[in-house]
Write a protein that binds this ligand. Structure first.
Ligand SMILES: Nc1nc2c(c(=O)[nH]1)N[C@H]1C(S)=C(S)[C@@H](COP(=O)(O)O)O[C@H]1N2
Ligand SMILES: [Mo]
Length: 299
């Protein structure tokens, strides 16, 4: 088990999901996936509850299917996710086109309950399943000189109606600095609540970087490149002042709007806005990556 990450969200605080949250059943299923060992490490500091399956899969941003929150759930079933392959190129020892099975080969699928904070100022808590991106990067072999990792989403307008419009310069592109990509919190998600990732959440493989605004967590990835130079990214191209390359969650710095608080999705008592945490609550684990950078400045 790769170490070096921790989480203040606990399975003990999970909202029951009728067809899933039988704890013993989950532990058995988890053992089969090799994730059980991840659980005891989760501290029980804070009673944040993961959102329901319904919240997570019906309120989405996936502009390839339209800009409405309900569009991805309505249209993403059109996306063919099998077969799926990921091209891995640039400064790597073993470049090539990897089938999804080849990508997953040797990867340890774990459970990670992470906060997700959208720059639109809503938030959720999502129980992901996935593997650490660093394990995949180690598998393909990062060559000296690589400093960044770039990612691309599938370009297939026949199945992604939003790509027929020019909202963004498709395909959707994102990127990380290599040390961010190698951080143990950085996940390649393959599932939610122990089930395969629904298409609207970025099936079959999407990035999750919990200390950054949600748009960095690119969905339905078909290409990963190791580069020397900072890659171009879709939202940064669209508006560099509103959407920085780094885009670490920071309540003290306005992106396109004030970021000091957020609206948890899910209603009830949680409908109230809550204060946003610096680095989305993961500062103890990631702040050191940005030593020497002026965090009062928007990147
Ligand atoms: N390819 C692609 N990835 C994307 C997006 C998108 O429009 N296209 N939206 C981003 C934004 S703005 C957010 S907040 C998250 C939302 O993830 P979720 O729908 O799984 O909650 O996905 C991110 N990844
Ligand atoms: Mo977002």
């Amino acid at each position: 088990m790769a170490g070096g990450w921790k989480n203040d969200l606990s399975w003990a605080d999970v909202t029951p999901e009728a067809d899933f949250w039988d704890r013993r059943k989950f532990m058995t299923a988890a053992a089969g996936l090799g994730v059980a060992a991840a659980m005891p490490r989760m501290a029980q500091a804070q009673a944040l509850k993961p959102n329901s399956w319904k919240d997570i899969t019906s309120y989405n941003n996936f502009y390839e299917f339209g800009t409405g929150k309900g569009d991805p759930a309505a249209y993403a079933h059109q996306l063919t996710t099998s077969p799926w392959s990921v091209e891995i190129d640039g400064l790597v020892e073993n470049p090539g086109t990897y089938s999804l099975a080849d990508v997953l080969d040797g990867m340890e699928i774990e459970d990670r309950i992470y906060r997700l904070r959208c720059v639109e100022t809503w938030s959720m808590v999502v129980p992901w399943n996935g593997f650490e991106l660093r394990d995949l990067l180690k598998k393909v072999g990062v060559k000296p000189g690589a400093k960044y990792v770039s990612f691309e989403t599938l370009l297939r307008p026949e199945e992604m109606p939003g790509q027929k419009g020019k909202v963004l310069d498709w395909p959707y592109r994102e990127g990380l600095r290599l040390d961010e990509a190698m951080h143990p919190l950085t996940l390649m998600a393959t599932g939610i609540y122990g089930r395969d990732l629904p298409n609207q959440n970025g099936a079959p493989l999407r990035l999750v970087v919990p200390w950054k605004y949600g748009f960095k967590s690119i969905k339905s990835i078909v290409k990963i490149s190791l580069t020397r130079r900072q890659p171009r990214t879709s939202w940064n191209d669209y508006n560099p002042r509103a959407f920085g390359f780094y885009s670490n969650v920071n309540p003290e710095v306005a992106a396109f709007t004030n970021q000091s608080s957020e609206r948890p999705i899910g209603g009830g008592v949680f409908a109230k806005r809550i204060p946003t945490l610096k680095f989305n609550g993961y500062g103890d684990q990631v702040a050191s990556l940005y030593q020497g950078m002026d965090l009062s400045k928007f990147y």
